[in-house]
Write a protein of this length. Structure first.
Length: 419
């Protein structure tokens, strides 16, 4: 059996099992990773905002909340206010995304995440054909079907975990479809390999992906990888040269989205006003999920590298220095939002930085909206018509520093469930 065949020989049941095994690896990693056990860092971020918009810190303190005590600590500028954060991520001339060379770049290789200016725009212009609103709406029914399937599975068992059974499968299967991976692909295996959770000691996964990239006809027409393979642009390259971007799409198209969906379900099931209002006015759904993105963005920070000596919020940042933009802190800046710590979908809508802004605005923002819209619709329908009045939710709520979301949304259902 060839390396490619090992990735493509799965039945629908085996694909589902592969996704389940992938989430088990993610969950196990979080259990072993102290960064996800720090509870709620928002009080710390608020204290920093009260002192200043920008702080001299270390990468270790930013990531863990404590000094490492080692002499090799990495200096970093920690940006915590909305105005300063927005300034950094809008200005690619002064603050470069090449900062990811030393992190994501080491895991997946060089991708458009690390690029700026014309090089970055070349990639975005091609990928936008698969990420625009019309393109992602074509996958709307598939998203809804995946949500419904997960909820039905929970119903049949009398309970389950909404993160493992709904949020993760929805995010992973949706980005796999947009990327154009053939049906039968072991997408759970590919995802855990893409993010570095699964080792590939004999190179079979890597070889299989390269074979797939050398077979343009294998990718769904109009999919993201199909668009890239047909771009015929030297900036983008062809075939196996696209391996890093496939890893990036699987990573960023799954990790933040599944966490965002998990937090959205948490908000919808712990705030009684959410299902009540959405039943009478479904058009409020965008206000709910956009507020949820602001309140608890799944990705806490992004990084930039300063390209020239510059001043930011009264602090002098030197050329080559690392800058950490704290999106979670910026999105709770009380100089922009009243009672910013509260989840309140009735508040006056103001753009947050959850999806970024400027030249690096999240390519997947329309996809995120479609996933959230369909998930809310199916979840509210289940709560209103098929979940018994005695259902209970077991969760500690959003947690983590770098990635934030509920680790578990355990639902227990009574005997009155109607599947």
């Amino acid at each position: 059996m060839t390396a490619l065949a090992t990735l493509l020989d799965a039945s629908p049941e085996h694909v589902e099992q592969d996704i389940t095994e992938a989430y088990a690896l993610v969950h196990a990693y979080e259990g072993d990773n102290t960064l996800s056990e720090d509870g709620d860092p928002h009080a710390e971020f608020a204290a920093l905002r009260r002192r200043a918009a920008v702080h001299r810190s270390t990468l270790e303190r930013v990531l863990t909340g404590a000094d490492s005590g080692e002499r090799t600590a990495t200096p970093v500028w920690h940006v915590v206010s909305f105005r300063a954060a927005e300034q950094v991520i809008r200005d690619e001339d002064t603050f470069s995304s090449s900062a990811y060379d030393d992190s994501m770049g080491r895991v997946i290789g060089r991708s458009f995440l690390q690029m700026d200016h014309r090089e970055h725009r070349t990639w975005r212009n091609v990928l936008q054909g698969g990420f625009n609103r019309q393109a992602v709406l074509a996958h709307r029914e598939e998203v809804r079907s995946t949500v419904a399937s997960g909820l039905s599975s929970i119903a049949a068992r009398g309970g389950g975990d909404l993160v493992a059974d709904v949020a993760f499968p929805v995010a992973l299967t949706t980005i796999a479809r947009l990327a154009g991976l053939p049906r039968g692909t072991r997408i759970g295996t590919l995802y855990t390999w893409a993010v570095g959770l699964r080792e590939d000691p004999n190179g079979r996964i890597t070889h299989g992906v390269r074979e797939l990239l050398d077979t343009p006809s294998a990718w769904a027409p109009g999919s993201l990888m199909d668009l890239l393979l047909r771009a015929e642009n030297p900036t983008i390259g062809t075939g196996p040269q696209l391996l890093p971007v496939l890893r990036l799409l699987l990573s960023t198209g799954t990790e933040p989205p599944f966490r965002s969906l998990a937090t959205l379900m948490y908000a919808a099931l712990t705030d009684p006003s959410v299902p009540a209002r959405l039943r009478t006015d479904p058009s409020l759904a965008p206000a709910v999920f956009q507020e949820c993105w602001r309140w608890e963005p799944p990705l806490t920070w992004v990084f930039r590298r300063c390209t020239t000596d510059t001043e930011l919020a009264g602090r002098m940042i030197g050329r080559g220095e690392l800058v950490c933009v704290n999106l979670a802190s910026a999105n709770r800046d009380d100089t922009r939002w009243s009672h910013a710590d509260l989840f309140d979908f009735r508040r006056e809508p103001l753009p947050s930085l959850a999806m970024g802004t400027g030249p690096h605005t999240c390519l997947g923002r329309h996809l995120a909206a479609v996933e959230a819209q369909e998930l809310l619709s199916e979840l509210i329908s289940a709560v209103g018509s098929t979940w018994p009045t005695g259902w209970t939710l077991h969760t500690d709520g959003p947690a983590g520093r770098g990635f934030r979301s509920p680790v578990r949304l355990g639902v227990r259902l009574g005997n009155a469930w109607v599947a």
